[in-house]
Write a protein that binds this ligand. Structure first.
Ligand code: NDP
Length: 350
């Protein structure tokens, strides 16, 4: 399937009339109602009310910002408990190669997030033209540093570097991004446990858990199969006993397949690709996409949209993450969570 740009999904009413002759489908949209969090360790003591609009045309908005805040508060408590009990502060090292503005912004945000929960962060900046050996040397130093519990190499790396080689060099015990092939391999195998799960897919599943969305036995469709989002998201859903289909750029009938899904995770990088007509009534949608589209009325001349046409999806789905404010804040929260998990494991702290 050719790559397409889907920047506009403004004509909601007219597109609804063409939902494959299922205009009445929205009547089946169920209301999730007032839910309490599952009493898992990660959800301890918290509750979230899912908004249930009386309007038949508005899905529950899955508030990633609020969930991420709850998780960060939980992490703050655990970090200070750890410091007080055994005098250990979790530490995250970030390696940034080159001077891509977007990468620098992501690294800055990660450092700020660490500070906000009491995690120590260290940053190494290397020049765009540095050698692969220099990057490997920094990784090796952090692998040996007992005050560092997580190592993150900001991607993408400059083209002259072998990404695989570099990611493989991160100690599996400190691989808080979860990209080490051993961690991914364990994620894929039944009966094996990865030490870390990649942050964005972990955040997607955490949102489903915290909103009490049942996964077991459900039909799930993941759109996108990248190593960092789509593929691990599909593996995670499968581990939770969903029946999973993966859609990619060569899939012939993406709309038809997606329409079968109770749960959709979209990680494509194509603005508004998933239209209302792709969605089964009552489906739950996690939209990972972050796509800038021109908007002369926006202060910066652009705005961010997801891979799913939010306005149309809202009328058919039962719940959906907004962009921004959905998966994005969860990714950083899961990085902090992975760093804390690592420090706890290394110091055998419950
Ligand atoms: P990649 O470009 O690495 O992967 C995109 C995937 O989508 C590929 O598997 C590709 O298929 C598939 N794809 C592309 N076009 C189509 C199409 N027209 N139809 C069907 N499948 C298609 O992207 P990422 O996984 O890194 O990111 C995806 C999106 O998520 C981006 O918008 C990114 O900005 C966002 N993102 C958001 C994060 C967050 O924290 N919220 C974190 C990471 C990413 P194929 O494999 O065949 O090429």
């Amino acid at each position: 399937m050719a790559s397409m740009m889907f920047t506009d999904c403004s004509s909601i009413s007219s597109s609804l009339l063409h939902v494959n002759g299922r205009r009445g489908a929205i009547l089946f949209r169920h209301c999730v109602g007032q839910l309490r969090l599952r009493s898992t360790a990660s959800a301890r003591g918290c509750s979230i009310s899912i908004r249930c609009s009386s309007s038949p045309s508005s899905a529950t908005s899955i508030d990633g910002k609020a969930v991420a805040k709850t998780i960060r508060d939980e992490i703050t408590v655990d970090v200070s408990r750890m410091k007080e009990s055994i005098g250990v502060v979790p530490g995250l090292a970030v390696i940034l190669v080159g001077d891509r503005k977007d990468s620098a912004t992501y690294v800055r945000n990660k450092k700020k997030a660490c500070e906000s929960v009491g995690i120590k962060s260290l940053e190494v900046r290397l020049a765009e033209d540095c050698s692969e050996e220099q990057v490997l040397k920094s990784i090796s130093c952090f692998n040996d540093d007992p005050s560092i519990h997580g190592i993150l190499v900001q991607l993408p790396l400059p083209s002259h570097m072998d990404e695989q080689n570099i990611l493989n060099a991160v100690s599996i015990e400190k691989d808080v991004d979860g990209f080490h092939p051993l961690n991914i391999g364990r994620l894929a195998m039944r009966g094996r446990e990865p030490l870390f799960v990649p942050c964005t897919p972990k955040g997607c599943i955490e949102l489903l858990h915290r909103y009490n969305v049942e996964i077991k036995g459900k039909r799930a469709v993941v759109i996108g199969r990248s190593n960092i989002v789509g593929m691990p998201a599909a593996l995670l859903l499968q581990r939770e006993d969903a029946t999973v289909s993966i859609i990619h750029s060569r899939t012939k009938n993406p709309e038809e397949i997606t329409r079968e899904a109770d749960i959709i995770i979209a990680a494509v990088g194509q603005p508004n690709m998933v239209r209302g007509s792709w969605i089964k009534p009552g489906a739950v949608i996690i939209d990972v996409g972050i796509n800038p589209v021109d908007d002369p009325n926006a202060p910066r001349g652009y705005r961010l949209v997801g891979d799913v046409c939010y306005e149309e999806a809202c009328q058919i789905a039962s719940a959906i993450t907004p962009v921004p404010g959905g998966v994005g804040p969860m990714t950083i929260a899961m990085l902090l969570s992975n760093t804390l998990i690592s420090a706890k494991r290394i110091h055998n702290f419950e």
